[in-house]
Design a protein around this ligand. Structure first.
Ligand SMILES: Cc1cc2nc3c(=O)[nH]c(=O)nc-3n(C[C@H](O)[C@H](O)[C@H](O)COP(=O)(O)OP(=O)(O)OC[C@H]3O[C@@H](n4cnc5c(N)ncnc54)[C@H](O)[C@@H]3O)c2cc1C
Length: 433
């Protein structure tokens, strides 16, 4: 699927930022399953006084603002706004309008600089991009969960005044039961307990996925991670998830039952390939913060609901965002520093500083010959992209007998997510392994 624009660079607000695609995988006339969704609505009165109103019941925003991580993120970002205005604002050229490039531009603008964000495609968001099909349905690059344990992202939503766009789900992790199709096993985090007791309670209360001896071995195995802090976590980078679990005496069944899904969800690869450091970073946050593992979904498509508010903010401070502006070459000065970005449309863009916020595969392709032997860039060789395929399935009626939540699959291939409340579609997150 190529979505690269071919028209010349335009300012974002002067063109539509969505494209229409032809056919999508869609099934019509499927059977509906089970009971009705809880969507109360007021019926139009016989006098016609009250228009039809749909109210979606959802879980309220949890208390996130009092965690150390959130406070640190909030204070760091506030420091950009509070810093003395630069006497000569820098023109900073940023490649890639995914969330990394957009937030870089946002915070540079907050600090008084003039970012110019260049996006190759005709849509904002990168891996959170979305497109509207001919029926007006949105389809997305993938499912996007916003965890409570994301201090910077949560702080960003607050700064943009769009906290209400996150729809919080009940505090549970729900796993499919491979041998019992249609049944799910839950880890429920009780509201009344602080972290890490709420997580420990959730694990102890689940009897379908883990036996008691497995729970005990799992808990003992996790102790060094809980007590060792960040230095311990970083030291585990040399071990895969599977190796680490075995070293801690945690049975393979725990790895298969819980960590295939977690490894897939975090990095799209299996426990025998993924560094344990990745899992421990997430687990530690989840165990330290009461609402760290609580999940929220955005209330609509990310380009409009999340990226555009960031663009509006950047532009209100004098920054710019250009779509259809693909960088073809990083041009260097004689001393090896960046001279300019050459775009595929022939334009040359010069700035005072340059930021690459494009995927690592792209950076590897664009890396100037002179930089390839620099040890920092040499490390890129080891980073390999993981192909991911998403399949969206549209049904012609509300789904029933299912959860409005992330459903972890325990197979090696699928993560599955129904969105019955706000989109009447079912999305199957197919991961190529
Ligand atoms: C299917 C899927 C589901 C995910 N689900 C979650 C989730 O639930 N929760 C979560 O936290 N994370 C999730 N992630 C990860 C998350 O989406 C990414 O980590 C994040 O969006 C990456 O943002 P980025 O800005 O670093 O990169 P990208 O989003 O990749 O942005 C890079 C941008 O650079 C642009 N670009 C590329 N080449 C050029 C060029 N030559 N010139 C100019 N621009 C260029 C691209 O078009 C793109 O817009 C998921 C990822 C995928 C793929």
């Amino acid at each position: 699927m190529s979505l690269c624009g071919s028209v010349s660079a335009v300012r974002l607000n002067s063109q539509s930022n969505t494209i229409r695609m032809g056919s999508v995988l869609a099934f019509r006339g499927g059977e509906s399953m089970g009971h009705a969704l809880r969507i109360p609505f007021k019926k139009r009165s016989s006098k016609g006084a009250c228009p039809l109103q749909v109210v979606c019941i959802d879980y309220p925003r949890p208390e996130l603002e009092n965690t150390v991580n959130f406070l640190e993120a909030a204070s760091l970002s506030a420091s950009f706004r509070a810093a003395p205005r630069p006497t000569k604002p820098l023109k900073v050229i940023i490649a890639g309008a995914g969330l990394a490039g957009l937030s870089t531009a946002k915070y540079l603008a907050d600090a008084g600089h003039k970012p110019l964000l260049l996006e190759a495609r005709d849509v904002l968001g990168g891996k959170v991009a979305a497109w509207k099909d001919d029926d007006g349905d949105w389809y997305e690059t993938g499912l996007h969960i916003f965890f409570g344990a994301y201090p910077n992202v949560q702080n960003l939503f607050g700064e943009l005044g769009i906290n209400d766009r996150l729809q919080w789900k009940e505090h549970s992790m729900i796993f499919a039961m491979p041998n019992k199709p249609g049944e799910f096993s839950r880890f429920d985090f009780p509201e009344v307990l602080p972290a890490p007791l709420n997580g420990i309670w959730a694990i102890l209360k689940n009897n379908e996925m883990l036996t008691w001896p497995e729970k005990v071995k799992f808990a003992i195995g996790l102790l060094p991670a809980m007590l060792g802090g960040q230095p311990y976590v970083e030291a585990q980078d040399g071990l895969t998830v599977k190796e680490w679990m075995r070293k801690q005496g945690i049975p393979d069944r725990v790895t298969d039952n819980v960590f295939i899904a977690m490894s897939k969800a975090l990095n799209f690869i299996n426990p025998d390939e993924l560094s344990m450091q990745c899992i421990l970073i997430a687990l530690n946050r989840f165990l330290q913060e009461k609402n760290g593992s609580k999940m929220a979904f955005l209330d609509g498509n990310p380009p409009e609901r999340l990226c555009m508010p960031i663009v509006n903010h950047i532009e209100s401070l004098g920054g710019e965002v250009w779509l259809n502006s693909r960088i073809k070459k990083i041009e260097l000065n004689d001393d090896g520093t960046v001279k300019s970005f050459l775009l595929t449309n022939g334009n040359t863009i010069e700035g005072d500083a340059y930021v690459m916020a494009a995927p690592v595969d792209i950076l590897k392709l664009l890396l100037p010959e002179d930089w390839r032997e620099i040890s920092y860039f040499k490390k890129l060789e080891k980073l390999v992209g993981v192909p991911v395929i998403n399949v969206h399935i549209w049904f012609d009626r509300k789904l029933k007998n299912t959860y409005n939540h992330l459903l972890f699959s325990r197979s090696s291939y699928f993560v599955y997510q129904p969105f019955p409340l706000f989109a009447n579609l079912q999305l199957l997150w197919l991961l190529s392994a």
